[in-house]
Design a binder for this molecule. Structure first.
Ligand code: FPP
Length: 264
C-alpha cells in the first residue's frame, strides 16, 4: 500500500497515488504568468490578479512541500518587470511581497520550508531587502524543501554576475593565469549553486517563452506549458504537471542513457 503524504486533499491524493514516487522531479521552477489576464477577464484591476496570484503561490508551495519536492523556484518578478511596468503596479507588488514574507512564515515553518532568493535584490526597496534577509534567516534551520523566489531576476544578468564572480575569485586566488573554467565552475558561480539540477520547468498562461528565466539551468529540463492562468493554478495542477513529466522520456542528447551524473 502506497503512503499518501498527509495534508493533500481528496483529488490531490487520488492523483498522487497514480504517480511513481521514484520519478519525481528534484527541482521544479515555475514562470507564474497570467495574473493580468485573469483580472481582465473579470473586469478587475490588474492588482486583483496579483492578489489572487499570491493565493495560488500559497496553495502550490504547500502541496510541493507536502509531496517532498526537494526544490521549488518561483519567478516572482523579472528584472524587466521593474523597468517596464507602471510605478503604481511595482509599488503594489513590492507591498504584496513585503506582506507575503511576513504572513507566510507560519506556513513555511509548518511545512519545514527553507526560503532563498535569487536576483539583483540590491535594487529592491530597502524595507523589502530587510524583510527578505529576516525571512531567510528565520527559515534557515528548516530542513525540507528549498523554496527560492526569483526577485528582480534576469538570466542574462545572472550569467554576467557569474563571469564577474569567477574573475574576482581568480584575482583573489593567484591571478587570472590560474583561472580554470568548466561547467562545474560556472555552476558554482550561478545564483542557483545551492540547488539541485533543474529538471522541470512549468509556465502558466500559454506563452511559449523562457522570458530570460534560468537559461543556463534549463539546458536539460523538461518544459511544460499550460493555458491555465497563474491565479487558477493549484496543487492539483502541479500534480497534473508532474504526471506529464513522468510520461516524458529523458534522453539528455543520447538514445536512452542515464543522466549526466548518474541520476534519472
Ligand atoms: C505575471 O502576471 C505575474 C507577475 C509579473 C508577478 C508575479 C507575482 C505574483 C504571482 C504574486 C506575488 C508573488 C509573491 C511571491 C509575493 P502578469 O501581470 O504578467 O499577467 P499578464 O501577462 O496576464 O498581464
Amino acid at each position: 500500500m502506497r503512503t499518501i503524504p498527509s495534508g493533500l486533499d481528496r483529488k490531490e491524493a487520488e492523483l498522487y497515488s497514480q504517480l511513481d514516487p521514484n520519478q519525481f522531479p528534484k527541482h521544479v521552477a515555475i514562470i507564474m504568468d497570467g495574473n493580468g489576464r485573469w483580472a481582465k477577464r473579470r473586469h478587475l484591476p490588474r492588482i486583483a490578479g496579483h492578489r489572487k496570484g499570491v493565493e495560488a503561490v500559497r496553495l502550490v508551495v504547500e502541496t510541493a512541500a507536502r509531496i517532498h519536492l526537494p526544490a521549488l523556484t518561483l519567478y516572482a518578478f523579472s528584472a524587466e518587470n521593474f523597468t517596464r511596468r507602471p510605478a503604481t503596479e511595482i509599488q503594489f507588488l513590492m507591498k504584496l511581497l513585503h506582506r507575503y514574507l511576513k504572513n507566510e512564515l507560519p506556513l513555511m515553518h509548518r511545512n519545514n520550508i527553507r526560503l532563498q532568493f535569487i536576483g539583483r535584490s540590491q535594487m529592491l526597496p530597502q524595507e523589502v531587502q530587510e524583510r527578505m534577509a529576516w525571512a531567510k534567516e528565520q527559515t534557515a534551520r528548516n530542513t525540507g524543501m528549498i523554496m527560492t523566489l526569483a526577485l528582480n531576476y534576469g538570466s542574462r544578468s545572472e550569467i554576467v554576475d557569474a563571469f564577474k564572480s569567477m574573475v574576482h575569485a581568480a584575482a583573489n586566488n593567484g591571478g587570472l593565469d590560474h583561472l580554470k573554467i568548466d561547467e562545474e565552475t560556472v555552476n558554482r558561480h550561478m545564483y542557483t549553486s545551492h540547488l539541485p539540477e533543474l529538471d522541470f520547468l512549468i509556465r502558466t498562461s500559454g506563452e511559449m517563452r523562457l522570458s530570460n528565466f534560468l537559461l543556463w539551468q534549463a539546458a536539460y529540463a523538461e518544459i511544460y506549458v499550460t493555458k491555465t492562468l497563474w491565479p487558477d493554478f493549484s496543487g492539483l495542477h502541479l500534480l497534473e504537471a508532474i504526471q506529464e513529466f513522468q510520461k516524458r522520456e529523458r534522453r539528455y542528447g543520447g538514445l536512452n542513457e542515464p543522466a549526466p551524473g548518474g541520476s534519472n
